[in-house]
Ligand binder design. Structure first.
Ligand SMILES: *Cc1c(COP(=O)(O)O)cnc(C)c1O
Length: 362
């Protein structure tokens, strides 16, 4: 793929390593540039890196009306050698295409997606925050741009990548373990729907449930399947729990669960973690009984932003609260988090191909 560079002029462009004072937060900042590519006449064209700024779009652009839009989330890290390394971008590119299939958006070859991201990081590499545990959060997304009011797949799309220099998700150690609302009112996905896609509309649909969770003092919703018997996801994270023996259990992927790259990575890391990590159908009744009997000792969510979000308690819609273990962050979760972030930061060697240096153009 040929990329054209229309860069911000040197005077306006960041010329020195970004050295933020205090924490830069997560997802708030943007770098100088973005990658953009359009789809028209049946093909992806005009790959370019341009200054970060607004899009021009017709008011009739179909993404605004029918929500044909998807996104991804990935991270890149700086290692001791001063080079920036991306983490498992090939997996994000693959999932972008499977999300695209679910909402009828044309695929982009995985290699092009990775090339686009690497070229953008290379251009804006001085934006990498000089802070302990910092990263570049990478946000690729695609949306329908055709100006047409009939409900059918758009004939035109834009693919864009933007970067957000971000601080460590957890500053000094984990904060409090979070509480989840076990909701039998709200559902994230149904079989045959779009739950297995990072489709924009899924997140709009989750906001009302998130508000309800907040009213219960919970950080997020623990989503159940449509029959309210099986555990599916924890907000926008995969849910998991850990047994007394150390085994990690993640609900079996179905078409109502988004396949987390973090979850899949943890499964691959089982030998290094020295414990079993497996998937099975998790019923709510057994889950609650096993917490009460002490068979389940830790639980949480897996996702790129936080890697691991420890859960300390669950609240039902009748106000009943169940605490897991002593309600604090457990040692298995701390070990998983440590190994995962050590691999991302290049302190421990992970499986082949997980971290890749972002090539320098000169
Ligand atoms: C993005 C996302 C996850 C986490 O996936 P990662 O690849 O680990 O970031 C889990 N569940 C939902 C619903 C998501 O949108």
């Amino acid at each position: 793929m040929e990329i054209s560079y229309r860069l911000k002029n040197a005077a306006e462009r960041r010329q020195q390593q970004f050295e933020p004072e205090g924490n830069v937060g997560f997802g708030k900042l943007r770098t100088d540039h973005m990658f953009v590519m359009d789809y028209r006449d049946g093909k992806w064209c005009d790959a370019r890196i341009v200054p970060y700024g607004p899009f021009e779009m017709a008011p009739g652009a179909m993404c605004l009306h029918y929500g044909q839009a998807i996104f991804e989330g990935a991270k890149a890290f700086m290692h001791e050698d001063g080079e920036i390394y991306s983490f498992r971008l090939d997996q994000n590119a693959k999932r972008m295409n499977s999300s695209a299939d679910i909402v009828c958006i044309p695929n982009i070859p995985e290699a092009w997606q990775v090339q686009a991201i690497e070229a953008l990081i290379d251009v804006d590499r001085l934006w990498f925050p000089k802070q302990q545990g910092a990263c570049l959060y990478i946000r690729p997304f695609m949306f329908a741009t055709e100006d047409r009011l009939s409900v059918s797949p758009s004939q035109a799309y834009t693919f864009c990548v933007m970067l957000s220099p971000s601080g460590a998700y957890y500053g000094a150690g984990f904060g409090e373990a979070i509480r989840l609302l076990i909701s039998k009112t709200f559902h994230r996905a149904v079989s045959g729907g779009t739950g297995a896609s990072k489709a924009a509309g899924n997140y709009a649909a989750s906001l009302r449930a998130g508000k309800a969770a907040a009213q219960f003092g919970a950080a997020q919703v623990l989503y159940l399947d449509a029959t309210n018997t099986q555990i599916e996801e924890a907000g926008a994270m995969n849910h998991f729990h850990i047994l007394k023996c150390g085994t990690v259990i993640i609900p079996t992927f179905t078409d109502t669960i988004l396949q987390s790259i973090t979850s899949r990575s943890i499964m691959e890391l089982a030998p290094l973690l020295g414990c079993e990590v497996r998937q099975e159908t998790v019923t709510l009744d057994k889950f609650i009984a096993d917490i009460e009997s002490g068979e389940i000792i830790e639980a949480g969510g897996f996702g790129t932003a936080a890697v691991v979000s420890p859960v300390g308690s669950y609240i039902f819609e009748d106000g009943h609260i169940i605490t897991i273990g002593d309600g604090k962050v457990g040692k298995h979760i701390q070990r998983i988090y440590q190994l995962y972030t050590d691999i991302q930061l290049g302190k421990v060697k992970g499986p082949e191909g997980w971290v890749r240096p972002v090539p320098r153009s000169c």
